[in-house]
Design a binder for this molecule. Sequence first.
Ligand code: 5AD
Ligand code: SF4
Length: 434
Amino acid sequence: MKYLIQTWGCQMNDHDSEKLAGLLAREGFTAAAGVEDADVVILNTCSIREKAVNKVYTELGRLREEKKRRPLLVGVTGCLAQQEKDGLFRRAPQIDFVMGTMAIQKLPRLVEEARAGRTRVIDTGDYPDNHLFPPETTLRHSTAKALVTIIEGCNHACTYCIVPTTRGPERHRPWKDIVGEVEDLVAMGYREVELLGQNVNSYMGGCTFAQLLDRVSEVDGLEWIRFTTSHPMNFTAELARTLVSNPKVAPFLHLPVQSGSDAVLRRMRREYTVEQYLERLGYLGEGRDRINLSTDFIVGFPGETEEDFEGTLALLEKVRYDTSFSFIYSPRPGTPATRLEDDLPLAEKSRRLSRLQARQTELTLESNRRMVGRTVRARVESRGALDGGHWLARTGEWKNVHVAAAEGLRLPFGELVDVRVTGAGPHFLRAEIA
Ligand code: 5AD
Ligand code: SF4
């Protein structure tokens, strides 16, 4: 039996797919090269915005055709599965099984039942010990960085967000289990880990998140620790100190602000004002300049006025984020924001998004240009020179670097190399081996 897992969404979902692959491998399944070759196709879905959901239904349409030609099992997992539950079977009868985000460990049983001919097999139960997934089962993608779950779920209640519905309340992994997993990863050859959670900095698995970073950083042989993602209200002065002073914690912070208008933040129930957000950023002190600071914005939230939007642009100007991700508000079924009046035309929302993104592109370019001439450490992320004549690498700041290929140059995958930055574009740096 061969399986194929298609993944949408965040790192959490990427990592869940690694867990699903491990469970199937344990049952003797092997990875298929493509859909044509697979006996089971699993769609590990995201439902953060409508666009993500549409992609899943498009793929389901394609699989319906494939199923007409030959026997094939189709399973849907992830956030859309948790959200829609058995409603998915009505909308897409070609689905054989549905599994929620907290029922991951039930995958082998669900596949077995579907193979035995049962139809509409489903488990979207709340399994509060899902975060205790046995780490040795995980089958990681071949990348230079290993993903490690530290917390699942989210206890905030942002009015636009589907995640508290799809991922449930917070569950914290004990810190000793996390350190143990990182030790095993280093023994396997990984030098970099990314600690994952919907809100890592509310971590309470026996210590604070800052303490967890320090404890993980004591693992011998580990070089960089990253983490994602954070809520500003849980961003403490203690965490800022660790981020700035612990050399193993990569100089990157993603701190989603969503809007630069207090009125909008209130309707989003973000729990902070612009001033409080800035105060928290201030915890970084002079360390701010060495950190790649990133954020998320939602544009066109219900009732967002031109003035509100100008507030967002003003905040962008003030903080000068090195990177940001911005999205047009997408109403999610059952979330409180769907009850707010939303009369702004989509064309206006798109115009605002373009303005914000155009300015961010300039700021990112400036941020990248500031690195030209510097020699920095970067991890090799390709196994050879690409067609464009460069190797791919990634700096501690999480910037892409294209390292010029040269006659006889061979860079060891996953290792750190010193590179001299020679040029900068909005999406990557150019560099030579130092
Ligand atoms: N519409 C648009 N963007 C959203 N995000 C979360 N929910 C929505 C939504 N309903 C964005 C937020 C969040 C990021 C992961 O996705 O900016 O930080
Ligand atoms: Fe998408 Fe959020 Fe689910 Fe991640 S947690 S897959 S971003 S809906």
